[in-house]
Ligand binder design. Sequence first.
Ligand SMILES: Cc1ncc(COP(=O)(O)O)c(C=O)c1O
Length: 341
Amino acid sequence: MNKLDFENIPLGRTFSDHMFICDYHDGKWNQPRIQPLVEIPTHPAAMALHYGQAIFEGMKATLSPDGIPLLFRPKKNAARLNASAERMGMPAFPEELFVEALKTLVEIEHKWIPPQDGSALYLRPFMYADEPFIGMRAATSFKFIIIASPAGPFFSKRIKLYAEKKYIRAAEGGTGEAKAAGNYAAAIRPTEIAKAKGYDQVLWLDAHEHKYIQEVGTMNIFFKIDGKFITPKLDGSVLHGITRMSVIEILKHRGFEVIEREISIDEIKEASKNKTLEEAFGTGTAVGIAYIQEIGMEDETIHVSDESPVGLEVNNKLDAIKTGKERDVFNWMVKVKENYA
Ligand SMILES: Cc1ncc(COP(=O)(O)O)c(C=O)c1O
């Protein structure tokens, strides 16, 4: 840790000293423990490597002004992990133990939480099938692990999206709503193509008509049209973002109408033309809120907006709640420990 320069943290490459680990075998979770972070020997037939039984979560620990580590809605991550586990034929992890493990790990690693504004200790709980077996069935042994990685301040920039019509992220009845590793593998190539075209992220469209908007990159998406917010409804192919549900609550609390429904790319095009498209943004743990400037398609570009005043306000509010600078009226934050005196 002494080698870490908190002003220049390489994203996703630095890990704290410890990890939480628990093994599933004989039909139950065994031996939950926190130990030094080490490499884990893997059998070449480990089923996660072949059949992709692997899921994960992503969340952040922040510091309050008086130095208390805080977690943002950790029970929601526990529930989502188990929803993913169910879809992927994996065992549920006890939700109380999930939260307890996070708290204990963050307590041990609290010095790894970068103190700078906008920084956090990123937490990555994940589960994978480690049973060595060649054959298509659910594994009988798994590992559940939590690792932590300090993340420097993230400056939200305006992003340009590419509306993808060839590749899809998720189809009804598929695994779009699970945080399954394979979903991300399938997104890598289309994202690289969008980046090569000069865009920042892929705008994912529905699998049947390539018309209805699902998500953006690894974020949920919101549009403000004629004073109202619209976000794609959770139809089984959209991840249940915890930032999404929190932004809906903040917007409603601010007095905005928020509608969860199908929204097509044509409707966005139309709203841009007739100047009722006021702003659009993506929401997710990694960045908070990312403002969308334009959406590119094969043959045309939709201009969204150069400013995102409500998005900015919501982002600031989320940040202030997460860092204990503003009263947590929604009761979202969980203290890891009362004090470090
Ligand atoms: C595909 C996808 N959509 C949306 C999100 C946003 O979810 P959350 O707000 O819980 O980070 C994520 C990030 O976890 C994601 O990977």
